[in-house]
Design a protein around this ligand. Structure first.
Ligand SMILES: [Zn+2]
Length: 202
């Protein structure tokens, strides 16, 4: 334990995801000892990101506008929707350059252990979105790209049932993704292939 404010800083970093006590200590001492480290810049960014960044009103991706750059892009195919768990998955799929449609970010996955059910995610918003898209805008395909782990699979199974019942064509990414992991950890080639080889859910 360190005295006072130094320990407070270490504790605070330790609360961040993926940062254990050792890393927290290393970051705190880096900030203390490195003259060139711009503390006010970091403080400013933290405040600004909270103030300026919000979630896209259409897809739930992060943006500084009301609508994200993907939803606002008229060159993209607005009749294809790829459903993902988190904004970081959008980034991962964009990197593959295999998909030119729109996204729907659920904000997580169904996880009974953590008390997360369908209504805690943006599934009702997805259903509204599909219902509102009529005529030429009618959705031609919903691609489910949840993580290849237990929660992701449960979410995909739930969504497949729900969507086929309202007669929207549904597909899922091909297998070959590292099982148990996060979509974002798949390399571009593997993820790209999974996209190309996606299969229709009957
Ligand atoms: Zn959007």
């Amino acid at each position: 334990m360190y005295d006072g404010i130094v320990q407070d800083l270490i504790d605070e970093f330790g609360r961040l995801p993926g940062i254990g006590p050792k890393s927290a200590q290393r970051i705190a001492f880096h900030i203390l000892q490195t003259q060139s480290f711009d503390v006010s810049k970091l403080a400013e960014l933290l405040t600004e990101v909270r103030e300026r960044v919000r979630f896209c009103e259409v897809c739930g991706n992060i943006t500084e506008q009301t609508r994200c750059s993907i939803c606002s892009d008229l060159r993209r195919d607005h009749t294809l929707i790829c459903v993902v768990e988190e904004p970081k998955d959008v980034v991962a799929i964009e990197r593959t350059r295999q998909f030119r449609g729109l996204y729907h970010v659920l904000g997580g996955a169904i996880s009974p252990i953590d008390g997360i059910g369908p209504d805690d995610l943006s599934i009702p918003a997805l259903m509204r979105r599909l219902g509102e898209a009529t005529g030429d805008d009618r959705i031609r395909e919903v691609i489910i790209a949840t993580d290849p782990n237990l929660e992701g699979e449960a979410t995909a199974a739930y969504l497949s049932r729900l969507l086929t019942s309202i007669d929207v064509p549904v597909s899922r990414l091909a297998s070959g993704l590292p099982v148990g992991g996060d979509l974002e950890f798949a390399d571009e080639v593997t993820l790209g292939r999974a996209f190309e080889g996606r299969r229709v859910v009957e």
